[in-house]
Design a protein around this ligand. Structure first.
Ligand code: IPD
Ligand code: CA
Ligand code: CA
Ligand code: CA
Length: 266
């Protein structure tokens, strides 16, 4: 059955605003925080409630669609065949817990592995980035212009400085060289927002040594609409079923970062 992507985007947007309302309400009460894989990997009952909110909405409205989300509400997915919603209910949970600010809801819809709709909503700033394949990318309904290239030495890159001091990070030295050579770095603590900022020309590139599909799925739809590139550090296509290194940026910057910095065999 063919899907009307413009219509589906409106539905996804309405759910995203509704979910944001629930997140804001939750801030009035104490939030129960747990650690997942390590003491700095946080999750709250709000992350789980919002993922469950989307899961049930999708299941009721589009029972034939599939679901991939961070908090494991749905069964594990082994293929991207058909229509798949890839959702991060709160991207930037550490910011949500510590700052009550700078976090986003990230919703992507892929069809047979191709990104069709991407929404990234900065809840506290009321800033919605959205893109529909072939229809452009927008921030609060204002169209994002095709990217302007800047040379690497004038570029600002999103990067978590922690990667530079982790002994076991095999990319430590290439990343240090990149930090040395670019104009500056920023670290906002939400991969989805940082990728949206590249699409919006607020950053020139963004790099992470370890992201999951729900961190970048929506952002990639935005990037494709404005002519930016995204890949693994080796320049390969991103996988949507497992974790990966991620490098995104304006086309020539992306190429240079891969070929002269992080793309080498280690
Ligand atoms: C995290 C954020 C963070 C990135 C981490 C992600 P979460 O997502 O996007 O900026 O550095 O790698 O796991 O756990 O807050 O959804
Ligand atoms: Ca998390
Ligand atoms: Ca995330
Ligand atoms: Ca999350």
């Amino acid at each position: 059955m063919s899907v009307d992507w413009l219509e589906l985007e409106k539905v996804a947007k309405a759910w995203t605003y509704e979910a944001a309302g629930l997140i804001k309400q939750s801030l009035a009460n104490p939030i129960h925080i747990e650690a997942k894989s390590n003491p700095d990997d946080l999750v709250t009952e709000v992350d789980r409630a919002i993922e469950s909110f989307f899961y049930h909405k999708i299941d009721q409205t589009y029972p034939e669609h599939h679901f991939l989300g961070e908090e494991g509400i749905a069964e594990e997915l082994n293929s991207l065949d058909g229509t798949v919603w890839i959702i991060d209910p709160i991207d930037g949970t550490m910011n949500f817990v510590h700052q009550k600010y700078n976090f986003a809801i990230s919703v992507a819809v892929y069809h047979d592995g191709v990104g069709m709709v991407g929404l990234i909503y900065d809840v506290m700033n009321d800033e919605l980035f959205h893109a529909i394949r072939g229809h452009g990318a927008y921030v609060n309904n204002e169209e994002l212009v095709p990217v302007k290239e800047r040379p690497l030495h004038e570029s600002i890159i999103g990067l978590n400085a922690k990667w530079l001091v982790q002994e076991k990070n095999p990319y430590k030295n290439p990343l240090k060289a990149l930090v040395r050579d670019v104009r500056s770095i920023r670290s906002y603590g939400s991969a989805a927002l940082e990728i949206a900022y590249v699409a919006a020309d607020r950053l020139d590139g963004y790099i992470s040594v370890n992201l999951s599909p729900w961190d970048y799925a929506a952002g990639i739809v935005l990037l494709e609409e404005v002519g930016c590139k995204a890949s693994t550090f080796r320049g390969e296509h991103l996988d949507y079923l497992q974790k990966s290194t991620v490098i995104v940026g304006k086309p020539s910057l992306h190429k240079e970062m891969v070929s002269s910095y992080v793309g080498e065999e280690l």
